[in-house]
Design a protein around this ligand. Structure first.
Ligand SMILES: *[C@@H]1O[C@H](CO)[C@@H](O)[C@H](O)[C@H]1NC(C)=O
Ligand SMILES: *[C@@H]1O[C@H](CO)[C@@H](O)[C@H](O)[C@H]1NC(C)=O
Ligand SMILES: *[C@@H]1O[C@H](CO)[C@@H](O)[C@H](O)[C@H]1NC(C)=O
Ligand SMILES: *[C@@H]1O[C@H](CO)[C@@H](O)[C@H](O)[C@H]1NC(C)=O
Length: 885
């Protein structure tokens, strides 16, 4: 019986004994009394007329004797009794229902009191957990016996290098960093200042001007480099632009290979900070496109003291490994977006399996003969190859190229124009690069020009004779992942090798080549930055920190918008999701001097970039699991104090492989104050919330409306212009590694957010979030990619309208993503989330992670009509097409 069940609860919980007894007595009595009267009444009535036949027969017998009056009296008596009974019954009924109502009211009160109690208990639990965590944090702060290293002072030299005696030219060849470099000018905390000699004043070429383009470009690109200093006294490195030197007679009609040195030694040695022996000077000989044919070793036979040489042409004899640096020629634009120049990665196999275009000067000596055999062999392969393997091999240029310095080096001249070569390269799976016939060369500008072209067009370079070749920045760049190098003797196995490479490997080579090209070779800016970063990496000096965006605060210091009293929102849930703690920033810049050592390879060749230092990286290592329990426990919040656990223990601590941390919510909003206010209100009481950064995208300042309390600091920054890209600005206000990007109208429950945060902590390099989308090839859609939001079980994207990303990717969005993509986003006011997904996938080669129990996460606040929906999807198809270029 439902009523009595509730009743028992009621009794149990409230102990309202008086009411209880009273009601139970009544309940007991009601049936009794009712029964008594009813039976009495019924028996009376029953004896009269319950069986009319029998009564009539019986009555016939003593009717005469029966007194009519008596009968009447009895009937009246009975009627009276009946009336009295029914009155009493009605009264009883009324009382019963009144009591019932009272009981129901009391029970409702009990229920609400119970709920109140549960809520209070949950709140208490939350507070207790928070207090525990706060105590722990305090304890950790007290216990920390090694105080955090304060930013060390920047130690800089204060005088130019003192003049020392010159070194003999015979010992110059033995120069290495330990013998010829002055480390005292470059302290670990110096920041690696670089001084650039003004090329207009200091011209180290004899009788020649440094190329005007180079001068301007170099001055410009170094202006963007954070290491440039104008104070020569504090510099670590002195950069001298030598320009382009031609180690040959410029008279093309001359048949003698006269070797003419153009470097003016006197001019070099009288540079103001030369210090007698040229310590810490870098002489940069930058070859250029038109002249690539002729660039050579500008310093051969010259005495340059202890200076480092950076150029594209070196001989084995004079190259000093670990000291001199092979640079690419200055072939690209000064800087800017080089991405549009690139050929697509797919398909893996192109029209030609292998191509080569070049011509060699007339034969001379033994080495030349070897190349002749090589050519004959390659032509043989071409003839014998099955029809599906197309070759494009051209060993004589048409029209013939001028005989220029190629005479001297025995290098293969480039045929045709840049455009015609590019067309062939874009159609080639592999491209052949032949090492110069003259074996004294370890690298030449011409060979590097070929490498540059090949990588730009996505043709995988195969360097025959590559076993004696050095490629640019090879002390930091791993060229084995982008270029196939073979001894010339392997030419017989070349065809077999090319056929043996799988599509997946082929695409990996091509992609890696493109990564190296884009980052380090593509523009003058890239190659000069790489030169300086290579030297800096040798010295293990950290890069300059990446500059965060300083957002324009929407409210000045003296004004903060009125906070509205938080209206009591229905508690999101009763369970404790985690402690509410004071804001706690993620530790930053803890790996200044170890990052380059432990992750130097990845920084240069994989996910990173060596040009800037970031406060944290998604790939920062965690301590090993046992170290956490043996002395390195600070900051960790193991579940159940290490015993593990679920439920209560799980909700009390963050657990995981990482120390405790919090996240920042970044909300992009466009003049929708009410929607924003609701969003902020929903964040109340959210555990692990560090700060809310509202990016105000509207042209007008946020109004004076009251801002709801969200339980965490809220900062409002105004964007300089209305752009969806602003969502990913790396604001200095963000203090945590984890950034939760949300649309202002996305409804996320607290448990979902905390769950996603926990998942993100274990997948820090991925996008972890809620709205999943899918893109795939669709033959019906114009032979292109199709994008849909159908709830497919397979998905390829997680939109950043509600997703966790690592703070590093906010920088990557502006530094690694081609500017053309951001411009596209601005133009169409769409697709910034697709761009971010592609960027992260490009960097990590990993898919995003979708979380949530609600399969159909939608944004309920933004209804779209079907047609709007269709154009939306159409635009997004186009975005994907664009980004695939
Ligand atoms: C690491 O580098 C950052 C950025 O330059 C700096 O703020 C921080 O103080 C450095 N920390 C140490 C220990 O050198
Ligand atoms: C070499 O440099 C010195 C000093 O700058 C200058 O006097 C001399 O004329 C230069 N020689 C040539 C050939 O340019
Ligand atoms: C700060 O902003 C408020 C409101 O936007 C404005 O009234 C006030 O004059 C400003 N104060 C200063 C010092 O700019
Ligand atoms: C998504 O699903 C709807 C209904 O099932 C279907 O009509 C539509 O074609 C699907 N869209 C795509 C792009 O697959």
């Amino acid at each position: 019986m439902i009523f009595s069940d509730r009743f028992c609860q009621w009794i149990g919980h409230l102990k309202l004994s008086r009411v209880v007894i009273c009601v139970s007595v009544i309940l007991f009595l009601v049936p009794f009394v009712t029964h008594y009267y009813l039976s009495k009444y019924e028996s009376t009535l029953g004896s009269l007329g319950s069986n009319p036949m029998r009564h009539t027969l019986e009555a016939l017998g003593d009717f005469s004797t029966m007194n009519v009056v008596d009968l009447k009296l009895r009937i009246e008596e009975m009627l009276r009794i009946k009336a009295s009974v029914s009155t009493e019954l009605r009264e009883l009924e009324a009382r019963r229902s009144r009591l019932q109502r009272e009981a129901a009211a009391a029970s409702a009160k009990a229920d609400s009191a119970k709920a109140e109690h549960a809520r209070a208990a949950a709140e208490l639990q939350r507070l207790r957990v928070s207090a525990d965590q706060a105590r722990l944090a305090q304890l950790e702060a007290i216990r920390r016996d090694s105080p955090e290293l304060a930013p060390p002072i920047q130690i800089l030299p204060s005088r130019p290098p003192p003049v020392l005696p010159t070194v003999s030219s015979s010992s110059e060849v033995h120069c290495r960093m330990f013998s010829c470099f002055d480390h005292s000018r470059c302290s670990l905390t110096s920041g690696f200042p670089v001084y650039f000699y003004d090329p207009d004043i200091y011209a180290p070429l004899a009788g020649a001007e440094v190329d005007g383009f180079l001068k301007t470009t170099l001055r410009q690109t170094l202006g963007y480099n954070a290491h440039l200093t104008h104070n020569p006294n504090e510099a670590c490195i002195y950069l001298v632009l030598v320009g382009e030197a031609f180690p040959f007679d410029k008279n093309p009609s001359s048949t003698t290979e006269s070797y003419k040195l153009l470097l003016n030694e006197t001019a070099v040695k009288s540079l103001p900070f030369w210090g007698g022996d040229g310590r810490n000077h870098v002489l940069l000989n930058l070859a250029r496109r038109e002249l690539a044919v002729g660039s050579g070793d500008a310093f051969r036979g010259a005495s340059i003291g202890r200076a480092l040489i950076a150029q594209s042409t070196f001989t084995h004899e004079y190259f000093r490994p670990g000291f001199d640096i092979v640079t690419p020629p200055a072939l690209g634009p000064p800087g800017g977006d080089v991405w549009v120049d690139c050929a697509p990665i797919a398909p893996a196999r192109r029209k030609y399996l292998l191509s080569f275009q070049g011509s060699q000067p007339p034969a001379k000596g033994r080495d030349r003969d070897q190349d002749k055999n090589l050519i004959e062999y390659l032509q043989g392969i071409e003839k014998a190859a099955p029809s599906q393997d197309m070759f494009f091999l051209q060993f004589e240029c048409d029209p013939p190229v001028e005989r220029r310095a190629v005479l001297h080096i025995g290098d293969w001249a480039l045929c045709g124009t840049d455009r015609s070569r590019r067309a062939i390269l874009r159609d080639s799976t592999f491209v052949l690069i032949l090492a110069p016939a003259d074996r004294v060369y370890t690298t030449t500008a011409l060979l590097q020009a070929r490498l540059y072209e090949a990588l730009r067009s996505g043709a995988i370079p195969i360097i025959l004779g590559g076993d004696r070749i050095r490629l640019p920045y090879d002390e930091v760049l791993d060229w084995r992942r982008a270029v196939l190098t073979l001894p010339k003797a392997r030419v017989t196995e070349l065809h077999f090798l090319l056929r043996a490479i799988s599509d997946a490997d082929l695409l990996t080579f091509r992609r890696q080549g493109r990564v190296l090209w884009e980052r380090y070779l593509s523009s003058v800016q890239a190659s000069v930055d790489s030169l300086l970063a290579t030297i800096r990496t040798r010295l293990n000096i950290p890069a300059q920190p990446a500059a965060p965006t300083v957002g324009l605060p929407a409210f000045n210091d003296s004004y903060s918008p009125p906070k509205s009293e938080p209206q009591l929102v229905e508690a999101e849930q009763d369970e404790t999701l985690g402690p509410l703690e004071a804001p706690y920033s993620s530790p930053a810049f803890r790996r200044n001097f170890t990052l380059g050592l432990l992750h130097g390879y990845e920084l240069w060749n994989d996910w990173g970039e060596p040009f800037a230092l970031y406060p944290q990286l998604p790939w920062d290592p965690a301590v090993t699991s046992e170290a956490r329990f043996m002395g390195s426990a600070a900051g960790f919040r193991p579940l159940g104090a290490g015993a593990g656990g679920s439920g209560k223990e799980f909700s009390e601590a963050l657990g995981g492989d990482r120390p405790r941390e919090q996240f920042t919510v970044v909300i992009l909003t466009y003049e929708r104050e009410a929607v924003l206010a609701a969003a902020l209100t929903r964040l109340r009481g959210l555990p692990y919330l560090n700060k809310v950064v509202v990016v105000w995208n509207g042209p007008s300042a946020p109004g004076a409306a009251t801002w709801p309390e969200s339980g965490a600091p809220v900062v409002v920054v105004r964007a300089a212009r209305n752009s969806l890209n602003n969502r990913f600005l790396p604001f200095h206000l963000v203090d945590t590694e984890a950034v939760l990007c949300v649309d202002d109208d996305a409804h996320l429950r607290h448990d979902e957010i905390v769950f996603a945060f926990r998942v993100w902590r274990e997948h820090r390099d991925r996008i972890v979030g809620f709205p999943g989308r899918y893109h795939a090839w669709d033959l019906n859609y114009n032979n292109g990619f199709l994008y849909n939001s159908n709830y497919s079980c397979e998905l390829s994207m997680v939109l950043t309208g509600a997703a966790f990303v690592h703070r590093y990717y906010l920088w990557a969005y502006w530094r690694a993503l081609p500017a053309a993509v951001r411009e596209y986003v601005d133009e169409y006011m769409n697709c910034e989330d697709i761009a971010m997904n592609f960027l992260v996938a490009h960097i990590t080669r990993k898919p995003p992670v979708k979380v949530t129990s609600r399969w159909t996460f939608r944004c309920p606040g933004c209804p779209v009509t079907l047609s709007a929906d269709e154009t939306h999807f159409h635009e997004r198809h186009k975005c994907i097409q664009f980004s695939l270029r």
